[in-house]
Design a protein around this ligand. Sequence first.
Ligand SMILES: Nc1ncnc2c1ncn2[C@@H]1O[C@H](COP(=O)(O)OP(=O)(O)OP(=O)(O)O)[C@@H](O)[C@H]1O
Length: 521
Amino acid sequence: MNSSETLKGAFDRMFSAADTAREQSAPDLKPREVGRIVSVSTGIAHITGLPGVGVEELVQFPGGVQGITFNVDEDEVGCVLLGQYSHLHAGDEVERTGRVMDVPVGAGVLGRVIDPLGRPLDELGPVPTSGRLPIERPAPAIMDRSPVTVPLQTGVKVVDALVPIGRGQRELILGDRQTGKTAIALDTIINQRGQDVVCVYCAIGQRAAAVARVVATLREHDALSYSVVVVTEGNDPPGLAYIAPYAATSIAEHFMEAGRDVLIVYDDLTQHARSYRELSLLLRRPPGREAFPGDIFYIHSRLLERSTRLNDERGGGSLTALPVIETEAQNISDYIPTNLISITDGQIYLSPTLFELGVLPAVDVGKSVSRVGGKAQRAAYRAVTGNLKLAYAQFEELETFARFGARLDESTQQTIDHGRRIRACLKQPELAPVSVPGQILVLLALSEGLFDGVPLTEMVEAQAALKKATKDIPESLSRLFGGSQKLGPEDRDILIGLAKKALKPFLVAEEVALAQTRQKS
Ligand SMILES: Nc1ncnc2c1ncn2[C@@H]1O[C@H](COP(=O)(O)OP(=O)(O)OP(=O)(O)O)[C@@H](O)[C@H]1O
């Protein structure tokens, strides 16, 4: 080795050591874009000094409070706050994050109660997650979607028989306050036990006590393990209530894109619309009808368009949405209800009049409809509910007449008597979903008129006897209930035979039963 090589090596080593030292000592420089708060008011802040900020970008306020930019003007930005803001003042620093709002997703959220930012509200510690998804995502493209053909059983007889829901459908639940809207949604979640359906319950602006009741009910019925509850309470900032359904949908979409069937309940979108109206008015956006901003339709349509059934290439998962809407004084033609009715694939209308009469669930069959459900209904149902809706609608019309004490001819009286039995069969206590064979047997007995000889006072016991009889349904027939195969005449005979046997102890002579009914009415 000559002396010039040694010298070169020594220089190289020296320079590389100097480079390393420079790299190590160099500060990690990242540009921070910082602006200032101009003003803070209920749930919103106006900021300035962030010229590069984008629409719906996440910004960071002091004390860990996050915000979303809504109105981006040339010299001022209107921002929605997502946390408690009492410590914020004019002049405080605001920092850009360069990203949009996202939520943690993954199997770890199941069994948990979280807020729309993914923070735990239960006492089970941090939520283990496998990634994050933006809360606002484009809806699946038309070519990625499949028709809705697979039923989603709610376990509620009147819904499964007359307003069936399919996986990937959006079915609105609407009615005045305290008419049992949440009860139908909860029954549906509870009925998914063992059905491999993930459930997301999104509580928007509800009383804390009501949410606690829902969580307790889910836990009691073993339904929390396959569900996630996303909560904003009534006293949370309106911004949090506004993002809640979008965040919940992203959590649900994660499962759908993994090929799972998912059910999401938005309880309720009236509160969501009100939160958005509050924000818009505070941000001085121009008010329209009922002071709602012009894009109120769009905020709900872009939310509900995300519910669908994906085709097999995209994994075949589905997202079924049950948005809840509260009406005022039974007015279903109000602004928000009509918007939602036009966006969804049908509605279940709950009538306060029926609720007062004790007809529970208080589903008004005449005003309820499922625009795709018929195609998704099991063939066995179609065979036994053929003229049920018509018979029930006729009965409801005639019943009003009968109240005036008018003398009715024999056939009218028969229609009314039959209708009363249909109503008795469709009644159901909450949190008691009925299995498919149980429903088929009751509906078949109804359509065959087997209940007509049972006194009205004994309908509950008679149905319980039928429920017991489902155990005797042969295995070959039980399998039919799940598929698209129709019930053949022999299958029907077997079921009718079973139902007749179960109802025999309750049968009195038909005339006696009818006479008792009329006396009672
Ligand atoms: N099928 C049912 N059988 C018996 N009680 C029922 C039934 N469905 C609902 N209820 C009762 O009716 C009341 C109102 O139900 P629920 O809270 O579901 O109504 P809601 O319309 O969601 O109310 P809110 O307007 O407060 O959201 C509850 O006390 C519930 O227990």
